[in-house]
Design a protein around this ligand. Structure first.
Ligand code: NAP
Ligand code: F7E
Length: 326
């Protein structure tokens, strides 16, 4: 018997991959989603019936307390957040409430209902922002560059603080960018692979992007959720960098994505200053040595495999859309 897991943010990219992993491990999986007037469970297609979905919201403390009383989880994965960096400038208060203070609400609910619940907090490489050291490790100082990054720094430290104040089993995964065919369409990788698929299939002419020189340490979401689970199986809680240790620019991502379908990016990519950010994170590169040594975690999917997988899945999806006439 593996236990009972509760995932906040079950409707997001990582929620879908983590739910699948936990089901495979024999967990009873419960997911929290906020109320929406439109369908948001699309990423759970194929295994939604194996998960119990509950309504709740990181903005509503009582909904969290009630949910923990009802589900009685042994492990809680706090993946819910306003996670799109540009939106954090247009909605900084909402981002602070959800991505920052939301973590305190989850920790308070655990403290009140059952302090033995193990908690994973989805911290982010965006906390390193204007990097103070390369590669970034668990001891690299934070210098966030967006309201999102600032909110994640708050979430990180409140998790550490509740661990130290109340002896909770609460761990931070400092995850670098991780992508997949389930990534939201506004994030740069998926915007590129969706654009490549549409251009190849003749339903789009151009792909407009912002800063092509930004560099990221990109991995596969399916690999990264395994690290989340491993973090809650240790004897002691802790904080871990999860990254591939390899860095590529947005331009390189484009080159491989267009190359997959025998097109040249120069013929199709344009620059639109609307996609520049008020303050940019120019470069991120993680050192996952601690996760490798203490968790035995290794990424399986290479950068080239990731880009190819995303392009191929987007081509299949756009072909289906064309057939349906949408
Ligand atoms: P995502 O696809 O944007 O999913 C975010 C989830 O949070 C969605 O299920 C969303 O629900 C939910 N949510 C937003 N506001 C909420 C609220 N007020 N109450 C309850 N749920 C709410 O993000 P992701 O890529 O899966 O990332 C998962 C987590 O890891 C996030 O915390 C993100 O910040 C963090 N992270 C991601 C990366 C990455 O590269 N993917 C790296 C480091 C850290 P709706 O479907 O209703 O919008
Ligand atoms: O941008 C540049 C952009 O939006 C990556 C989130 O999951 O990872 C993600 O945050 C880079 C930036 O991800 C476009 O300026 C160029 O330098 O895909 P992104 P992000 O901001 O790194 C971290 C780890 C998280 O925690 C976040 O939740 O790409 N870029 N042109 C562009 N970015 C976008 N979105 N769109 C463009 O057209």
């Amino acid at each position: 018997m593996s236990g009972t897991a509760l995932i906040t943010g079950i409707t997001g990219q990582d929620g879908a991959y983590l739910a699948q992993l936990l089901l495979e491990q024999g967990y009873q999986v419960h997911g929290m989603m906020r109320r929406s007037s439109t369908e948001t469970l699309g990423r759970l297609a194929g295994f939604q019936d194996d998960i119990t979905i509950h309504q709740g919201d990181l903005l509503d403390q009582l909904s969290l307390v009630r949910l923990l009383e009802e589900v009685k989880p042994t492990e809680l994965y706090n993946l819910a957040a306003q996670s799109f960096v540009p939106t954090s400038w247009s909605q900084p208060i909402l981002t602070g409430e959800t991505t920052g203070l939301g973590v305190t609400r989850v920790l308070e609910a655990i403290r009140q209902v059952d302090p033995s619940i193990r908690m994973y907090q989805a911290s982010s490489s965006e906390m390193f922002g204007k990097v103070q050291q390369t590669p970034q490790t668990e001891t690299t100082p934070f210098y966030p560059r967006s309201p999102y990054g600032v909110a994640k720094v708050y979430g990180y430290w409140i998790t550490v603080n509740y661990r130290e104040s109340y002896d909770l089993f609460a761990s931070n995964g400092i995850l670098f960018n991780h992508e997949s065919p389930l990534r939201g369409l506004e994030f740069v990788t998926r915007k590129i692979t969706d654009g490549v698929a549409r251009i190849k299939l003749g339903v789009q002419d151009k792909l407009l992007l912002g800063n092509l020189e930004a560099k990221r340490d990109w991995g596969f979401a399916g690999d990264f959720v395994r690290a989340m689970w491993l973090m809650l199986q240790t004897d002691e809680p802790g904080d871990y960098v999860v990254a591939t240790g390899e860095q590529h620019s947005v331009r390189e991502f484009c080159e491989i994505a267009f190359g997959t379908v025998d097109l040249n990016l120069e013929d199709y990519v344009g620059i639109d200053p609307r996609f520049y950010r008020p303050a940019e994170v120019e470069t991120l590169l993680g050192d996952p040595s601690k996760a490798r040594h203490e968790l035995g975690w290794e990424p399986q999917v290479t950068f080239e495999q990731l880009v190819t997988m995303m392009v191929e899945e987007d081509i299949k999806r756009v072909e289906r859309e064309i057939k349906l006439g949408s």
